[in-house]
Design a binder for this molecule. Structure first.
Ligand SMILES: [Zn+2]
Ligand SMILES: [Zn+2]
Length: 302
């Protein structure tokens, strides 16, 4: 199952140097989730061949314009294309009012939109299907802001085919072994599950944390995640600005990645003060070597 992130927009606040405000698409097999929807997100989807009609869920971090101003345009386009499938939008409180106020004068949409407004003050399980769970966690950013953690659910174990033949396992016994159980044979022999099944595949996870101050309170939730995308609005030369505007620096994101023991860190939400983004990579990778520079149009395997 492919689990991959494509960045549509990676800039903070205003667009600059050809960079768009925050938006990303997370693909899990044939499911597409949109994370934030800054201005121009749907244009970026066309640029990067994202099948936008496959998006069923949208997760919004907070209501600053650089994370939501692409939504009315996207919803309007869905409507023009005759979309019928329902759409779910998750966000801190206030988005429904904001979006409906913009759409209502032009008539209502042809498809149902379910707004799920989240209490941003505490961690919550906000979405779940057969393959994934999505948890929201509080971030520190002045207005209600949440991070989202996408976590794969455990899948049934894979059975070793030769063991089916060796022990003449029945369908019921195979099912039980796949569920992790020990098997009792008719002759009274007990076969440990580890002998019958292949080692479980490690579960993958993705944490989307923007916009936020450096905050170690998130560590219990992001500990051991596979891929962490973290606010790196500034480098350390603007540490004071980062604190003042409730954002993080590349060094701070890298420190958090180290403490959380994640596999890889993706940087992003760059201030328009920076034309050259290499400084973010240099600063973060000096602390956390497995840093990758978040760039628009790039796809990162989780
Ligand atoms: Zn922002
Ligand atoms: Zn913000």
């Amino acid at each position: 199952m492919r689990f991959a992130l494509t960045i549509l927009g990676v800039n903070a606040a205003t667009p600059a140097f050809g960079r768009f405000p925050t938006s990303q698409v997370l693909q899990y097999h044939n499911q597409y989730f949109l994370l934030d929807c800054g201005e121009g997100a749907q244009m970026r989807m066309s640029d990067f061949n994202i099948p936008r009609h496959k998006i069923r869920q949208i997760f919004i971090s907070h209501l600053h314009g650089d994370h939501v101003f692409g939504l009315p345009g996207l919803l309007f386009s869905f409507d023009l294309k005759g979309r019928q499938e329902p759409l779910e939008i998750f966000s801190p409180i206030g988005l429904k009012e904001m979006i409906l106020a913009q759409l209502r004068p032009g008539g209502m949409l042809s498809f149902p939109v379910h707004f799920h407004e989240i209490d941003a003050s505490k961690p919550m399980l906000v979405f779940e299907n057969a393959e994934l769970t999505v948890q929201s966690i509080p971030l520190k950013h002045g207005i209600p802001t949440v991070g989202y953690i996408f976590q794969e659910k455990p899948r049934p174990l894979n059975i070793r085919p030769e063991k089916i033949i060796e022990y003449q396992l029945s369908i019921a016994q195979i099912k039980a072994a796949k569920a992790g159980n020990t098997i009792l044979l008719e002759n009274g022999e007990c076969i440990e599950n580890q002998e019958l099944t292949l080692p479980p595949v490690p579960l993958r996870s993705y944490a989307f944390l923007t916009d936020t101050l450096y905050d170690e309170e998130v560590l219990p939730y992001i500990s051991g995640v596979d891929t962490l995308y973290h606010d790196t609005t500034f480098c350390n030369d603007h540490l004071e600005n980062a604190t003042l505007t409730l954002h993080s620096t590349a060094s701070q994101a890298a420190e958090l990645a180290c403490k959380a023991g994640v596999r890889q860190l993706i940087t992003g939400h760059y201030s328009s003060r920076y034309k050259d983004l290499e400084v973010f990579f240099e600063e973060a990778s000096a602390i956390f070597p497995n840093t990758v520079l978040g760039l628009e149009g790039n796809t990162y395997e989780i």
